[in-house]
Design a protein around this ligand. Structure first.
Ligand SMILES: [Zn+2]
Length: 260
């Protein structure tokens, strides 16, 4: 394998790690915004419950006045009824009294209903306040966690960036240029290992001649996948089956066979 390819493999690993770290870093503001939204929603719940309570108190005042007004009217008609001279006028006043009393009773019903509703809204305000306290406690913890994660990620990114800076000068400029161009077009992955005669990234079959060239220790040619254009490389591995049945066991640190 070309030593330059070896550098590119290191560069690729650094870049993928960097992309992953940056992705997590970029996702943090949205996570933080979601926390703030939960707090804002909990506050909104309190505001809504308070509005309902205020409306119900206003209604209550209005129905109290209604009750008093109809009560007063009934009283006046009753007073007048003691002074009327004709039976007809008396009957008419009796009718007014009945009407006023009926209105008064209805206003009393509405008032009672508002009083019950008001108690319910008071309970809702208290429940919303308790919920907000809970949400704020959780939000404080989440803000702290996210803040700590952010500073850790920033440190990791800085570390990986300097690591990358150390690899880059060792890669020839034209090769770096190709690498970066392919990476841009191929979701950040510019290299592809050849496995079982195929490009491990796109699955395209690689001609045996190219595979043979790539396997040569003194290979100095650069090969790209004809389909995905990624720079190809080949890593010699002991076949899993051979390693399992070998008389001399391979490194015990090796991962168990069977993985793809
Ligand atoms: Zn490919």
């Amino acid at each position: 394998m070309l030593p330059d390819i070896q550098r590119l493999i290191e560069l690729q690993a650094a870049d993928l790690r960097l992309a992953e770290l940056r992705g997590r870093l970029n996702a943090l503001p949205a996570q933080l915004a979601a926390v703030e939204k939960r707090v804002a929603d909990a506050r909104q719940q309190i505001a809504a419950a308070k509005d309902a309570l205020i409306t119900s108190l206003k209604d209550r005042k209005k129905y109290e006045i209604d009750v008093d007004t109809w009560k007063e009217k009934a009283r006046k008609y009753r007073e007048q009824s003691y002074e009327v001279k004709t039976n007809e006028a008396y009957k008419a006043l009796q009718h007014e009294i009945e009407h006023s009393e009926k209105q008064m009773a209805e206003a009393e019903d509405r008032l009672l209903e508002r009083m019950v509703a008001g108690e319910e809204y008071e309970r809702q305000v208290k429940a919303a306040e308790r919920a907000l306290a809970e949400v704020e406690r959780a939000a404080d913890a989440e803000r702290q966690t996210l803040g700590a994660e952010q500073s850790t990620l920033r440190q990791d990114v800085a570390g990986r960036e300097s690591e990358r800076q150390q690899i880059v000068p060792a890669v020839p400029e034209n090769l770096l240029h190709s690498y970066e161009g392919i990476a841009r077009r191929r979701h950040g992955v510019a290299l592809a290992e050849v496995r079982d005669g195929s490009c491990a990234m796109c699955g395209m079959l690689i001609t045996p001649h190219v595979v043979q060239e790539l396997r040569r220790a003194d290979c100095i040619e650069l090969f790209q996948c004809e389909t995905c254009t990624r720079i190809l490389y080949y890593v010699e591995r002991a076949p899993a089956a051979a390693a399992a049945s070998a008389d001399v066991p391979s490194s015990p640190a090796e991962a168990p066979a069977g993985e793809d």
